[in-house]
Structure formats: structure tokens, C-alpha cells
Design a protein around this ligand. Structure first.
Ligand code: PMV
Length: 310
């Protein structure tokens, strides 16, 4: 069996599409897995995606795949110069779809890992990252590449589009609560809407994008110094800018306010927005109170997440 974990964007979503930095970390509480079983000779390659009720046959000569799983398998076969093996690959995922957790990239990563391993050439690192990015384009249109990068490499990254991702030190362990709003939203749509805003009023909204980039640069210094108070303040500023870019929602704002009111040092939406998840930076002594406040404000699911000092 092969797997890939979800991801959380700590700061910098949306602005990262425009070349600003963003910081993302793996989120191992949620995972996608792919399990291969040999099929009878001549049966070919089948993908079973039971969570979404799909059974997909993979053919190499299907030039215009309309399904991301089929496309991912084809890309892996082309990369390895292989014919479809007689194999069944079962995909399972606990990652909510359209919720800012990188579900698409995680499922693709697990699938390509298992298929390439079954062919005897496990694809990893940059070779895998390039393929997952290709599939991300099908999901998102113009992805920055942050989701596939953090998920494939499986470690916290300071990411700038088109550059080699940088690992960064963390001065002190930081504790977060991750809450799913239960609302799924299309990242393709939110990214498109932000683009229209930036193009319509470049001074104003382009300024927001640059301000987010500056927040991320400062946040990196806070992470390195282990300064949770200053990091929390930057998360609040980032959320306010994302709200001005129209990618928050009443529910996400309520979750952020509830967390802050109960003692979180910072809180913001994470990922594409308008739904999906909210992250809160929480001193461990307030975790119970903040969790209760988030539940009261409508959080459907909650997970603790610790970013360890390294
Ligand atoms: O896939 P999501 O919803 O976590 O969003 C990815 C982050 C964005 O910055 C909104 C888009 C991108 O391609 O970076």
C-alpha cells in the first residue's frame, strides 16, 4: 500500500499564485491510500475509487482523459515507458474534497506511487512532483504548485512558484487546531475570482497580494524565532486580506472570530477559501476552550496539529 497525507497552508494562499511566498505543512491526520491487487492476465489496468463510486479503465491511447485519476495513471505509464499492467488499484481517502486540504494532489500522489512501485520503478521526488503538478492543472487550471510540492516531499516548505522549495527551521513547537467548515468550494473559482479582482483594480488588489507576501516573509522569521504571539497577529492580518479578496465567507469569519474570542493567538482560513478549513494557533492551555468555541460556531470536524521545533 502507498499513501500521501493532506496539507495545510499556514499563510500565503492565493498570493502564491502571483509569485509571492507561502508556507505549507503536511497534515498527516488525513490521508489518501492506494492499494494494488494483481488482475487476471489480459484484464488491464483498473482504478477503483470507492469513496466517489467510480470504476475506471486506463487505456494508453485515450488521448483526452476527462478524469484526473485516469490522467495520472497515463502520465505515470508514459514517464516509465510502460504498457498498462494487469492490475487493480483501489483508492481510498479520508481527506474532505474541496476543503483546502489538497485532496486531489494527495490522491494523485498515492496513485502514482502505487502504480510506479508495481511496475518496479517507484516514482518519488521531483519526477513525481512534476507529474502530480500536471494533474493539478486539470483540477485547478493555474495552480501555483504548492499543494503537490508539500504533499510529494512531505515536509514543511517555504514555497515560491517556480523555485526549489526551501525547508525552514522552526524555533519552538507550535500548536494549531484545524477545523473543517463542512462546506466544499471550488479552488478554480476562487482563484479565477481573485484574478478578475486583481485585473480590474491592480493598484488596490495587487497591493493586497503584495501585502500577503510581506506577511509571509515576516511569518517565516516568527516561525524561526518560535514567536507564536507575533505569528498569530500575522495570521489575523492575512485572513483580513483574504476576506478583502472575497475568498472568506460568513461561516469562515465566524470560525475565526470564535477561535480568537476563546484565546487563539491567530486564526485564518486556509486553502482556496469560501468553504474548507480554518486554522487557529492555540496555546495548549486554551485548546479545550478554543475547540468548544469552534464547534459552537459550526465546525464539523476538528483536529489538533503540532508543528514540531526542528
Ligand atoms: O487546493 P487548495 O484549496 O488548498 O488551494 C490551493 C492554494 C491556492 O493558493 C488558493 C491556489 C494555488 O494554486 O496555490
Amino acid at each position: 500500500m502507498h499513501s500521501a497525507s493532506a496539507k495545510i497552508i499556514l499563510l500565503g494562499e492565493h498570493a502564491v499564485v502571483y509569485g509571492q511566498p507561502a508556507i505549507a505543512v503536511p497534515f498527516p491526520a488525513l490521508t489518501a491510500t492506494a492499494h494494488t491487487t494483481d488482475a487476471p492476465p489480459g484484464d488491464g489496468l483498473t482504478i477503483l475509487a470507492r469513496d466517489v463510486g467510480r470504476v475506471l479503465r486506463v487505456h494508453l491511447d485515450d488521448e483526452t482523459p476527462d478524469n484526473a485519476l485516469t490522467y495520472a495513471a497515463q502520465l505515470a505509464l508514459h514517464a516509465l515507458n510502460a504498457r498498462p499492467p494487469d492490475l487493480s488499484i483501489e483508492i481510498r481517502s479520508t481527506i474532505p474534497i474541496g476543503s483546502g486540504f489538497g485532496s486531489g494532489a494527495a490522491v494523485t500522489t498515492a496513485l502514482i506511487r502505487s502504480l510506479s512501485a508495481a511496475l518496479g520503478h517507484l516514482l518519488e521526488g521531483e519526477a513525481l512532483n512534476t507529474l502530480v503538478y500536471e494533474v493539478e492543472k486539470m483540477h485547478h487550471g493555474t495552480p501555483s504548485g504548492i499543494d503537490n510540492t508539500v504533499i510529494v516531499f512531505g515536509r514543511p516548505v517555504y514555497f515560491v512558484r517556480g523555485q526549489t522549495p526551501e525547508p525552514f527551521p522552526v524555533g519552538r513547537a507550535l500548536h494549531f487546531l484545524v477545523s473543517d467548515s463542512g462546506v466544499s468550494a471550488s479552488t478554480r473559482e476562487t482563484v479565477g475570482d481573485v484574478r478578475r479582482l486583481v485585473e480590474s483594480e491592480p493598484e488596490r488588489y495587487g497591493g493586497h497580494i503584495e501585502a500577503i507576501g510581506q506577511i509571509v516573509r515576516e511569518a517565516r522569521a516568527c516561525l524561526e524565532a518560535g514567536d507564536a504571539t507575533a505569528l498569530g497577529a500575522l495570521m489575523i492580518q492575512d485572513h483580513d486580506l483574504l476576506r478583502s479578496l472575497t475568498v472568506s465567507s460568513d461561516l469562515l469569519d465566524r470560525l475565526v472570530d470564535a477561535a480568537l474570542g476563546a484565546g487563539a493567538l491567530g486564526a485564518k482560513l486556509s486553502g482556496g477559501g469560501r468553504g474548507g478549513n480554518v486554522i487557529a494557533l492555540v496555546p495548549p492551555e486554551h485548546a479545550g476552550r478554543v475547540a468548544a468555541a469552534l464547534r459552537g460556531a459550526g465546525a464539523r470536524q476538528l483536529w489538533p496539529m503540532t508543528l514540531e521545533a526542528r
